[in-house]
Write a protein that binds this ligand. Structure first.
Ligand code: SF4
Length: 434
């Protein structure tokens, strides 16, 4: 007999238990256990990203937690001499006004008990095995912040002044309890405020800034959205489908340092103009977000292409403010929404080059690359299609040739925005395919 694969039996059972239709998130409903996740951006991504499947290993860990949880709740049912059990999995709700709308927080407290005429909210938290045999809770001298916020919200919402958090260790089932009195925490920031902040971001579809200090700590390492957060997952399948309705388009103009060398190499050019516009994908409205001439530490050649082909002059550039000065402002803009440019291979490479160190966390699809297969302009080589220029794209959508591309960062950003808008109108599925 071939050996039995018991791991498969367990994993199949767990995945059959978890199988459910992916739920569409209601942006106005929040859950206490999620509001205590210590990163607003992570909470936002949970609402706006497709659900990420849980690995078999994590499913097993969750199951052990559930079994322990059920075991403690079962023991409560027989505990009549110590206290009376009022409720298990007690449903608690609250409604709040946020950004002009009504939002709700819904949760379930593990138990409500009564002792000597007083009610208590009980929260049970299983924790992983601890290596300290003499005292498994050696480093747990107070409740964890998220657990505290969660129980305080239950207590406030149910108007119950007392509570207990019970920690149970997963191997020896040892417990440590922390009694909580609502009055002792009157200054604690409530998860209600977090829900209001999160709703504001969801309503305006603006992703909260990345909490960069987290990046090397456990929160980011174990965050299921870290790839999206870092911009490693690009394309609007992840972005548009999550409900972004506004994107940013950036364009840069560069001047060449040494005319003898490759003028497109990030080391051999300086950024001398940056234009950023905001495009509303539903309405096509384009707003200027940033528009500045600048220089960098290196000098550039007065004979650079940009001074021959745009209205920008060499004098304007050498007298402009250094790009360092704008760095923080531009980075904040990039952190807000998905960003694209016409030919990201060029613009993003220069912007993200270590000497400039911009980060573009959410990258929208590159219109130059994606539209190649829609415009179908034959390649001069005779094979396939060529990458369209901005002017060719303008010609495609305006065959009468009324729009002539004016070079310059802000003009190119605006033109790119108009091309993207016309493309998503003409090919509505384009956003879900790329
Ligand atoms: S990776 Fe870090 S900063 Fe990004 S969403 Fe996750 S926890 Fe937040």
């Amino acid at each position: 007999m071939t050996s039995i694969n018991f791991d498969k039996v367990i994993d199949d059972y767990l995945s059959s238990e978890r199988k459910r239709t992916p739920r569409k998130r209601d942006f106005k409903i929040f859950y206490p256990s999620e509001l205590t996740f210590p990163c607003l951006r992570g909470q936002y991504l949970k609402y706006t990203q497709p659900e990420i499947p849980i690995s078999p290993k994590t499913q097993r860990i969750f199951k052990i937690g559930t079994i322990i949880h059920d075991f403690i709740q079962d023991s409560f049912k027989k505990a009549n001499s110590e206290f009376s059990l009022r409720d298990l999995e007690a449903s608690i709700q609250g409604a709040y006004s946020a950004s002009g709308d009504l939002i709700r927080i819904r949760g379930r407290a593990d138990a409500i008990i009564e002792r000597n005429g007083e009610e208590y909210i009980i929260e049970i938290k299983s924790i992983k095995p601890q290596p300290y045999k003499d005292d498994v809770f050696r480093f747990l001298n107070e409740p964890k912040e998220g657990h505290l916020k969660q129980i305080l919200w239950y207590m406030q919402s149910a108007n119950i002044k007392k509570g207990v958090i019970i920690y149970i260790e997963k191997v020896g089932a040892e417990t440590r309890t922390f009694p909580i009195t609502l009055d002792d925490y009157s200054n604690q920031q409530s998860i209600t405020e977090t829900a209001k902040k999160l709703y504001k971001h969801l309503k305006t579809r603006t992703i909260p800034p990345r909490e960069t200090n987290h990046w090397n700590n456990k929160i980011c390492i174990y965050c299921q959205y870290s790839k999206v957060c870092k911009g490693e997952l690009t394309g609007s399948l992840q972005l548009k489908s999550q409900g972004f309705k506004e994107i940013l388009i950036v364009d840069i103009e560069t001047a060449t340092v040494d005319l003898e060398l490759d003028r497109f190499h990030p080391d051999n050019c300086i950024i001398c103009e940056i234009g950023i516009v905001n495009l509303n994908l539903d309405t096509g409205v384009v707003d200027i977000v940033f528009n500045q001439t600048c220089r960098e530490d290196k000098l550039c050649s007065p004979s650079s292409w940009v001074f021959q082909n745009t209205s920008l002059t060499y004098n304007e550039v050498i007298n402009a403010v250094n790009l360092h000065y704008y760095h923080e402002e531009i980075q904040k803009i990039f952190n807000m929404k998905p960003v694209t440019s016409w030919n990201q291979q060029f613009d993003f490479k220069i912007l993200e080059h270590p000497s400039r160190n911009f980060k573009i966390p959410l990258k929208f699809w590159d219109p130059m690359e994606v539209l190649t297969n829609y415009f179908k302009i034959p390649s001069p080589s005779g094979f396939g299609y060529k990458w369209p220029t901005v002017q060719e794209a303008l010609n495609y959508f305006n065959p009468a040739g009324r729009i002539v591309q004016k070079h310059g960062a802000i003009n190119d950003a605006k033109n790119t925005a108009n091309i993207i808008f016309q493309a998503v109108q003409k090919w509505p599925k384009i956003d879900f395919l790329h």
